[in-house]
Design a protein around this ligand. Sequence first.
Ligand code: UDP
Length: 329
Amino acid sequence: MSDITTEAEVILVTGGAGFLGAHLCRKLLTQGHQVICVDSFLTGSEENLDSLQAHPNFSVIEHDIINPLPNNLYPTQIYNLACAASPRRYQADPIHTIRTCVQGVFNLLELAVEQNARILQASTSEVYGGPKEHPQHESYHGNVNPVGIRSCYDEGKRCAETLMSDYARTRDVKAKIARIFNTYGPGMAPDDGRVVSTFICQALQGKALTVYGDGSQTRSLCYVDDMIEGLILLMNSVETFRGPVNLGNTEEISILDIARRVCGLARQKTNVEFRPLPADDPGLRCPDITLARHHLHWKPKVLFDDGLKKTYEHFSQRMEKGTLASSPM
Ligand code: UDP
């Protein structure tokens, strides 16, 4: 993907101080756009924005999207990445999570109507719940527990997809829905409990890696640069293509295998401690990306071992600099 586009847009990135959001802001700036990052800083961090703050086309607004957006914003594109995304974080305040997904998306859609802006919603593989179809195609409607501890996120994101679709159908909003599968890479929060960052931090600290259940559950992990490319391609795809579209890697891997590979990078013998599997933890997850390949000509390029090495090196440098403040469980 070229780093220079011909038409500069004014782009609002909500959740821009989060892991994916900050990578997206950086990429959009290199493409010559004006980027406004909106973040509540509940889970996003200033540190993620350090290298962007001085950029002349970049600005930051501290704001929680559950409240209507300030009325002096004139975006031509809106990426909504605002929501705690790790199970530990989104379960910490489940009512706020569902308000972010529903009220927040409603507020952004109203802004999109007012400004005639394109809007992309970061949805999730969690809409498939504990899938009974494998791999998951977009036509599969999922198997979600509406009253479980993951429901605030899963059902919230499902409702957000409904809102996006209804605004597109009834208010002509140019809406795009990306179903994002597990993504990893430099800049992940060290303490939000996600499997890759947790394992790497544990290995760097010489601790046992905490494997939940027997570690046979699988995920397919997409390197962050690939994911950002997919999101930008979707936003700029033909107006008639709304999605939802799966974005993720198709290389499926068990959690125990991830633990083994991280220990390998740390040049340690595999050192794991088994813990109980959290409720509703999906046993399998892998996207069917036929739709993205066809409509966006997109597929992930980074192999898991290569991406994991880059991520490991990033955390290792943060540890040397002493910026790996919190110690994961
Ligand atoms: N997991 C684990 N140990 C950890 C953190 C996560 O075994 O310290 C497992 C978790 O139970 C799940 C998978 O790794 O099966 C991915 O968890 P994560 O929180 O990264 O994302 P999820 O896909 O569940 O949203």
